[in-house]
Design a protein around this ligand. Structure first.
Ligand code: 5AD
Ligand code: SF4
Length: 447
C-alpha cells in the first residue's frame, strides 16, 4: 500500500519542453529535500505529480490518459495525493477540479517553489495556486545527469505571438541577476557539471529589465559563463530571431565553450503569416540572420520550429515555408500542426485552416526537412569530433551514446564514462544520428 512506509514516495510525469523538464527537476530537488523518495512506478507513489504542457494537442490527450490511471490509483487508496502543475494547469486554472474532481492540488509554473507549502497543508483538497510572483527563486534541482545542468535565466515572455499561450501561463519576463546566475553556475561546475543549458522563453532579450548597475546583455552573460573553469559546453534555449543580435552570433565564433548550435525558430516562411503571427520579423530579415550566422560560424548547426496551418495560411504561404526550409537547410526541425490554444488571438481568428489541409501540408515539409538534415549531416563523416558521453546507446547497449557540440547524437564504439569528453571518428550519418568509433590516441579535434 502506498501509505505503508514512513518515507513518502513520489512520481513525476513531465510533458512539454525543456523548461518543463527543468521545472520537474526543481520539483524533485524540493521533494528530496523534504524527505520524499522518487519511485519509478506511479502505482508505488503516495504523491503523483504531472507537469503539463499546453503547446500540443497530442500532449494534452496523452496527459488525460495518464490522469485516468491516477484516478484509478486514487480510488484504490484515497490517501494518495494527485497534483497537476505546469502550463496546461495554468491555462485552465480552477477548471482542473471541475473536469478532474480527484485532483487534490493544481499549480502554475510560477508556483513550484510553494510545493512544500501545498504538501504540508492540513486539508489538501481542491486547492489551486496560480499567481505570478516574479521570479520563483532558487530551488535545489535534482539533476538527471550529474554532468549536465540547467539554469533558468528568465521566466515569462514579453512577446505577443498570436498562437502562443506562454505569456498567459508564465507571465511577463523577469530576469535573474547576473551575479546570482554566475554563482549558481560556479556551484554547478564545482559539483561536476560540464555542460550547462541556459533557459528562458526568449533568452536573447536577457538583461533588459535589470537595474542599470547590473545591466548585462545575453552575449556578455555568455562570456562570463564561458570563463567559469570546468564548464566545457554552454547551450541555451529558446532564442527569438528578432533579438538574435550580431554580438551573440560572434560569441559563437569566439567563446570556446559555446556550442556550435543555434535554434532559430522560423514558424513560417511567409511574411504575411509572420505578420499575422506578430513575430516582428519577415522572411528577408530571418534569412539575413541566417546569412550572418553562416558568415561568422560557417559550421554551426541550425535548427528551427515551424508551425503549419496557422489561420489564413494558404497553399502559397505554405510554399514559401518550404522554400525557406530548402534554402536554409536546417540540421533539424520541430514541426507543429497549428492548434488553437484557448485565450490566444489566433484561436479566435475566423479563417482557421481545415485539419485535412494541415496534415496534407505537413508531409512534404517533414520530408524536405529530413532530406536536408541528412545531407547536412554528411559533413561530419570522416571528421573526428569531440563527444560528451551520456551513457550506453539506446539501441545497442554494447555501444556508447553522446552528443557533439552541434547537438547531434552519436552512437559509437568506445570506452568512455558518462560525463567524459572523447574523440570520435564519424563514419556514417543519418538525418538525426551519427555513428563512429572512439579514437584512443588524442588527435586534432575540430569542435
Ligand atoms: N500550435 C502549434 N504549435 C505551437 N507552438 C507554440 N504554440 C503553438 C500552437 N498554438 C510551437 C512553436 C514554438 C514551439 C515551442 O511550439 O513553434 O516555437
Ligand atoms: Fe513549455 Fe510552452 Fe509547453 Fe509551457 S506551453 S510547457 S513553455 S512548451
Amino acid at each position: 500500500m502506498a501509505q505503508s512506509t514512513l518515507q513518502k514516495r513520489y512520481h513525476v510525469t513531465t510533458f512539454g519542453c525543456q523548461m518543463n523538464e527543468h521545472d520537474s527537476e526543481r520539483m524533485k530537488g524540493m521533494l528530496d529535500s523534504l524527505g520524499y523518495e522518487e519511485v519509478a512506478e506511479r502505482g508505488a507513489a503516495d504523491l503523483i505529480l504531472f507537469n503539463t504542457c499546453s503547446i500540443r494537442e497530442s500532449a494534452d490527450s496523452r496527459f488525460i490518459a495518464h490522469l485516468g490511471e491516477a484516478k484509478r490509483l486514487k480510488s484504490e487508496d484515497p490517501q494518495r495525493v494527485v497534483g497537476v502543475g505546469g502550463c496546461w494547469a495554468q491555462s485552465v486554472k480552477d477548471e482542473v477540479f471541475e473536469r478532474f474532481p480527484f485532483v487534490d492540488v493544481a499549480f502554475g509554473p510560477g508556483q513550484i517553489h510553494r510545493l512544500a507549502e501545498f504538501l504540508t497543508q492540513d486539508s489538501l483538497s481542491a486547492q489551486g495556486y496560480f499567481e505570478f510572483e516574479g521570479f520563483p527563486g532558487h530551488l535545489p534541482a535534482k539533476r538527471e545527469r550529474r554532468f549536465q545542468g540547467w539554469v533558468q535565466i528568465s521566466v515569462g515572455c514579453n512577446c505577443a505571438c498570436a498562437y502562443c499561450i506562454v505569456p498567459q501561463t508564465r507571465g511577463r519576463e523577469v530576469n535573474r541577476r547576473p551575479g546570482e546566475l554566475i554563482a549558481e553556475i560556479e556551484g554547478l561546475a564545482a559539483d561536476g557539471v560540464r555542460e550547462v543549458t541556459l533557459l528562458g522563453q526568449n533568452v536573447n532579450s536577457y538583461g533588459r529589465d535589470l537595474p542599470a548597475a547590473e545591466r548585462t546583455t545575453f552575449a556578455e552573460l555568455l562570456g562570463r559563463v564561458d570563463s567559469i573553469p570546468g564548464i566545457e559546453r554552454i547551450r541555451y534555449t529558446s532564442p527569438h530571431p528578432k533579438d538574435m543580435r550580431e554580438d551573440v552570433i560572434r560569441a559563437h565564433a569566439e567563446l570556446p565553450a559555446l556550442c556550435a548550435h543555434i535554434h532559430l525558430p522560423l514558424q513560417s516562411g511567409s511574411s504575411r503569416i509572420l505578420k499575422a503571427m506578430r513575430r516582428t520579423y519577415n522572411r528577408q530579415r530571418y534569412l539575413d540572420r541566417v546569412a550572418q550566422i553562416r558568415e561568422h560560424v560557417p559550421d554551426c548547426a541550425l535548427t528551427t520550429d515551424i508551425i503549419v496551418g496557422f489561420p489564413g495560411e494558404t497553399d502559397e504561404d505554405f510554399a514559401e515555408t518550404l522554400e525557406v526550409a530548402d534554402q536554409v537547410g536546417y540540421d533539424g526541425a520541430f514541426t507543429f500542426i497549428f492548434s488553437p490554444r484557448r485565450g490566444t488571438d489566433a484561436a479566435a481568428m475566423p479563417n482557421q485552416v481545415p485539419h485535412a489541409a494541415k496534415r496534407r501540408r505537413m508531409e512534404p515539409l517533414v520530408a524536405l526537412v529530413q532530406e536536408r538534415a541528412r545531407e547536412r549531416a554528411q559533413r561530419f563523416v570522416g571528421r573526428t569530433m569531440e563527444v560528451l558521453v551520456e551513457g550506453p546507446s539506446r539501441t545497442d547497449p554494447s555501444r556508447l551514446r553522446g552528443r557533439i557540440s552541434h547537438n547531434k547524437t552519436v552512437n559509437f564504439e568506445g570506452a568512455g564514462q558518462p560525463g567524459e569528453l572523447v574523440d570520435v571518428e564519424i563514419t556514417a550519418a543519418t538525418s538525426t544520428t551519427l555513428s563512429g568509433h572512439q579514437r584512443l590516441l588524442s588527435s586534432v579535434s575540430p569542435r
